[in-house]
Design a protein around this ligand. Structure first.
Ligand code: ZN
Length: 161
């Protein structure tokens, strides 16, 4: 188990476009394990590789209450969206803040698993929001540039990505 240092807003790595992953080697499997450990340790519901300083198209998400349903997405792409949800969003790279963001309420993604096999996954509500938020990180985008109104301070962030 290894916790990686989470980069915070202002760090240029968060604004760069991450590169496609061509193969899964031991180093990448270690990165996946470390990202899961780092996300759970920080009580987040998602983490993208650029947030730990690695410019690769890799995302981990877990929106379950117990934190025991990890989703690993390699080279994820959004292939379908529907509806709209307007709600608060936070980010492990922007500690102590939340902001209101409009996202689709339904999102279907296509990605590769750790065996480089393609699969699709559908999400609504928080999972749809997490898909959008994390995939934005791979394109160097942060939610703070998409908020409706101002960022707000929070004492305790319930849902951080
Ligand atoms: Zn984030």
């Amino acid at each position: 188990m290894a916790i990686r240092n989470i980069r915070e807003v202002g760090d240029k790595v968060l604004n760069k476009v991450a590169k496609e992953i061509k193969d899964v080697d031991r180093k990448l499997l270690t990165l996946i394990d470390d990202m899961l450990d780092t996300m759970y340790d920080a009580s987040g519901v998602g983490l993208a590789a650029p947030q730990v300083g690695i410019l690769k198209r890799l995302v981990v998400i877990d929106v379950s209450e117990e934190g025991n349903e990890p989703i690993i997405l390699i080279n994820p792409e959004i292939i379908e969206i529907d509806g709209e949800q307007i709600g608060d969003e936070g980010c492990l790279s922007v500690p102590g803040k939340v902001g209101t963001v409009s996202r689709p309420n339904f999102v279907k993604v296509k990605a590769l698993n750790e065996k480089m096999e393609e699969f699709t996954m559908e999400g609504t509500g928080l999972l749809a929001r997490a898909f959008c938020h994390e995939i934005d990180h791979l394109d160097g985008k942060l939610y703070v540039d998409q908020t409706i109104g101002e960022l707000r301070d929070v004492a305790v962030t319930e849902e951080v990505q």
